[in-house]
Design a protein around this ligand. Sequence first.
Ligand SMILES: C[S@@+](CC[C@H](N)C(=O)[O-])C[C@H]1O[C@@H](n2cnc3c(N)ncnc32)[C@H](O)[C@@H]1O
Length: 294
Amino acid sequence: MSEFKFSFFLDDDNAGLGSQQDKREHQSDSQLPKRHLACRIVSNTDKMSPDWNPRILSLSGGDISLRCVNLTAVESRLRESGNQLLLRTSAENSDLIPNFYEGGFKIWECSIDLIEHLLARGIEFGEKRVLDLGCGAGLPGIFALTKGAAEVHFQDYNTDVIHHVTIPNTIVNLPPETILAERCKFYAGDWQQMNVFLNPERLEAMKYDIILTSETIYNPDSYPALIQIFTDHLKLSGSIYVAAKTNYFGVGGSTHLFTEALSKTNSFCTESYQITTEGLSREIIRVRHKTLPS
Ligand SMILES: C[S@@+](CC[C@H](N)C(=O)[O-])C[C@H]1O[C@@H](n2cnc3c(N)ncnc32)[C@H](O)[C@@H]1O
């Protein structure tokens, strides 16, 4: 059996969701018990660590560079400490185990598409409140921070992802004098729980101007929870950018199914941008509230 690796580079392995390998993994995981991880805030206890050894990530279309911690070093450290997430993903040679580990340790290619799309369209982040939903490495949210977002909230299913990758990545991309807690919050847990936990009074000022979400629509079972977050937490004037493969073969999700689910709510309008049709076709969908009647 080949060994599981956190792949840092966007290579063929990173075809990931929708690939034949993934199809097998999803079929064999279908018996896993369903559970909803309670949502919690993960506090930032990390200080700059030498073994993060960040590298520059290449992006096209702008003069911005982002850094990402060395995932091989993260892997070794977690392995040595007997981390359950890593042990099980290694044992199952899988980088996605539904309802246990949802893939946050990898950098999925649509997250780079999303940053490049935001750059190319000159999307303004100044003073905005932003949510990176299903963040994993958190690069789109970090991009928003570097572009002046007032606050960015990051959410991932797994606490370990937030703690060992998202927070370190955020730290290595911001000036050392930044007080992280003033501009960032990190949430871990299931979307259903997150929706209850977040801004319970649904105050408009605490909703998000921009929600960024990449490679999060592979599983149609999660669409209701995802769409509920859009409904409850996007400002009336806000925009959501969903970056995704057009089809997640074998897993069931697709941009078509997702936009159909959105249109059934009768609350949102969508515009789609094709990123590439080579290999697994990829898109960005911009979602906004339908104009309210005056
Ligand atoms: C394939 S990863 C993508 C990570 C990152 N956005 C990227 O593109 O590199 C999918 C992410 O969606 C999130 N996710 C998937 N299903 C979820 C659920 N039911 N509840 C909460 N988060 C979920 C996980 O946090 C996971 O990191």
